[in-house]
Ligand binder design. Structure first.
Ligand code: GLN
Length: 494
């Protein structure tokens, strides 16, 4: 029998419902796996085993009565930027200290209402700023994946690197994550998982530690397309506590998984063929096109002419919003405080200098600069104009196609220590993912192949606003054709 931790979420839900095993059993199996693996993988930054077992017992009682929600009894992990009542929430920043929220984020509240069980809080880049998870105050997680014949530690991506590590190493059935410029999809690609960022406004941002409010969206990291649909259905809702929450019903996406893509029109944006893209990424992309064609889709070349301005625009808009959102961390209201010589300003300065890491400080400086009186028009306003053009590009493309197919990332996962340390090099990793955030569109990453070095590679499907359905269908078609079954060798168990 497959170990309980190796089940997909869908298979686990079946087993729980038919009472082949209990929530306590599958939760205990995960807790044991975490205790054994976490010292090496550093996926979880806070463990909540007592809470998990109490939730599991409550789920078992409901299941015994023939009741229970859509995720009843399923143990999952939570990225450390979702506020969890009574459980420390830090966004992996020192400035939040031991902050323990007295309230629950809407996304996690929805999951618990559906019967999910919380195993703990997952590692991430500080305030979700990053692509490698190296900026966490708890140190980076280590991807369960390794290059063939090598023991060099590999990044699970970022900012949701802990979520990706935990799901890929079977330390939870699925996890919550968030995506401001690619933080669900890039770790999904790096760790051989499925990750979807829904349309902006589908998931409530209430109780999510804010990075860039007009870009942030919650979504799941999961083992399969079906699992990601099951998670997303439970996470999304209309929420009066978030003014940008959409007032529309949440569809049953899990029923679209497996529906044919026959007749679907898939666009291939030529501007995503960037200079210096490795041959194997090109080949993967062509393979994806061939798979969808064979499944009955029509492939169309499209143009998104403003793509080259997306990354610079993102790195103006995101820091600008961050500088405003992170103004609240002043040592007075939350978390850590470092008092200076006594004046209020001095305490602010000391607290923020000690509490924010280097990359966060760099972004706050950029954000404050581009919003300042003399530069607002030259930078922020221009970036907003670019954003409007990018959205128009997508709208024009979607007049002739139903979805777009691109690689998720310009390379396979990098090894820690192999990147130059130049922040711009790291920012370039977001080249294929930030556009969907700027335009508010749904986008999914699905594992498609292994690189020549044996690391996972992902393909991305971007859909029309509110059309997650097409994303799920196209991703499921790729999943079926790719037959991606590779799993990391469990070296961390040795
Ligand atoms: N890597 C991107 C950044 O550093 C995206 C992060 C995210 O999506 N949270 O901003």
């Amino acid at each position: 029998m497959t170990e309980l931790t190796q089940l997909t979420l869908a298979a686990a839900l079946e087993g729980l419902k038919s009472r082949r095993f209990s929530s306590r059993e599958i939760t205990e199996a995960h807790i044991e796996a975490i205790e054994a693996a976490n010292p090496k993988l550093n996926a979880y930054v806070t463990l909540t085993p007592e809470k998990a077992l109490a939730m599991a017992d409550a789920a078992d009682a409901r299941l015994a009565r023939g009741e229970g929600g859509r995720l009843e009894g399923a143990p999952i992990g939570v990225k450390d930027l979702f506020c969890t009542e009574g459980v420390r929430t830090t966004a992996c920043s020192a400035i939040l200290g031991e902050f323990t929220p007295p309230y629950e984020s809407t996304v996690t509240a929805n999951l618990w209402a559906d019967g999910a069980v919380m195993l703990g809080k997952l590692n991430m880049d500080e305030f979700a700023m990053g692509s490698s998870n190296e900026t966490s105050r708890f140190g980076p997680p280590c991807s369960p994946w390794r290059r063939r014949g090598s023991t060099v530690p590999i990044s699970a991506g970022g900012s949701s690197g802990g979520s990706a590590t935990a799901v890929a190493a079977d330390l939870c059935l699925a996890a919550t994550a968030s995506d401001t410029g690619g933080s669900i999809r890039q770790p999904a690609a790096f760790a051989g998982l499925v990750g979807i960022k829904p349309t902006y406004g589908r998931a409530s941002r209430y109780g999510m530690v804010a990075f860039a409010s007009s870009l942030d969206q919650a979504g799941p990291l999961a083992k399969t397309v079906l699992d990601s649909a099951l998670m997303l259905e439970a996470m999304c809702s209309t929420d009066p506590k978030d003014s940008t929450s959409l007032h529309i019903p949440v569809p049953r996406w899990s029923t679209s998984v497996g529906r044919s893509v026959k007749g679907m029109r898939i666009g291939v944006p030529r501007e995503y063929r960037v200079e210096g893209m490795p041959q194997e990424i090109e080949a993967l992309w062509s393979q994806g096109v061939a798979w969808l064609k064979a499944a009955g889709a029509t492939i169309v070349d499209v143009s998104l002419p403003h793509t080259k301005y997306a990354l610079p625009a993102y790195y103006i808009v995101a820091p600008a919003e961050a500088s405003s959102n992170l103004a609240r961390y002043d040592g007075m209201r939350y978390g850590a405080r470092v008092s200076g010589s006594g004046s209020l300003t001095d305490t602010y300065e000391h607290t923020r200098a000690a509490g924010f890491g280097q990359d966060v400080q760099r972004r706050l400086l950029i954000g404050t600069y581009v919003l300042s009186a003399g530069y607002y028009d030259a930078y922020y306003l221009r970036a907003q104009r670019v954003r409007a053009r990018i959205l128009e590009d997508f709208e024009t493309a979607f007049e002739s196609v139903d979805a777009l197919l691109t690689p998720t990332t310009p390379s396979a996962a990098f090894a820690y220590g192999e990147t130059s340390g130049d922040p711009v090099e790291m920012y370039l990793n977001d080249i294929f993912t930030v556009t969907a955030n700027l335009a508010g569109l749904p986008a999914i990453s699905v594992p498609a192949a292994l690189s020549s070095e044996g690391l996972p590679l992902g393909l991305q499907v971007i859909g029309r606003a509110l059309d997650e359905d097409t994303c799920f269908r196209a991703a499921a078609a790729i999943e079926a054709s790719a037959g991606f079954k590779a799993r990391p060798e469990a070296w961390w168990r040795a």
